[in-house]
Design a protein around this ligand. Structure first.
Ligand code: GDP
Length: 195
């Protein structure tokens, strides 16, 4: 994908109406600090378009990035930040649920998991929830540069088993530092959004 233009077009808070966008969307979810902002920046060749969090858990909005006036990357609020109050957690949960329900243009959901760690209870909940909503989530195993090459297969398997993913589920190891996995990820995104 050649990035010709990127525009943070809509930011939805708790009470905002989900936009009725003209182009296809793909959405990204993951726990705070998993590397979601860095991944979006890497995908879009921008240094700091999406916030990279000094303060994890701060981004409690759904952000719609218009790419090339052809598609949207949708940044869902990060979850699982320990200091978030339960009422806040409930709010972001409702927000994500509302979006997954409401969007007419959402083609695929991606769940980010740190390649170094087994999925958490929250990760499993999010995965199961996406499946329940009718999606087959694609997994992005982030921070690939932080492990040895010899560990990749084992860790990917641990994610596969930890989430009990549906057979045939795609898991893409990815590094925002080295951009490894970027081309493969774009190929998958393109396969969902291009006409
Ligand atoms: P978010 O909360 O999911 O948006 O996570 P961020 O993108 O803000 O990343 C959290 C931290 O992990 C930051 O300190 C990033 O620099 C770091 N990070 C994110 N992605 C990578 C990666 O691929 N490799 C390495 N080494 N660090 C990363």
């Amino acid at each position: 994908m050649v990035i010709r233009s990127v525009n943070l077009e809509t930011v939805c808070g708790i009470t905002s109406k989900i936009p009725d966008n003209p182009f296809n969307e793909v959405a990204f979810a993951g726990k705070s600090n998993v590397g979601k902002s860095s991944m979006i920046n890497a995908l879009l060749n921008r240094k700091s378009l999406a916030r990279t969090s000094a303060q994890p858990g701060k981004t409690q909005t759904i952000n719609f990035y218009n790419v090339n006036d052809a598609m949207y990357l949708v940044d869902l609020p990060g979850y699982g930040y320990a200091k978030t109050s339960s009422s806040e957690k409930e709010k972001w949960g409702k927000m994500i649920e509302n979006y997954l329900h409401t969007s007419k243009k959402l083609q695929a959901v991606f769940l980010l998991i740190d390649i170094r760690h087994d999925p958490s209870a929250n990760d499993k909940m999010m995965y199961d929830w996406m499946v329940y909503q009718g999606f087959t989530p694609i997994i992005i195993a982030t921070k690939l540069d932080k492990i040895k090459r010899s560990q990749i297969q084992k860790n990917v398997k641990a994610i596969r088993e930890g989430l009990k993913v549906k057979p045939g589920t795609v898991i893409i190891p990815f590094s925002s530092e080295t951009k490894q996995g970027r081309d493969e990820l774009w190929e998958v995104i393109d396969s969902f959004v291009l006409p």
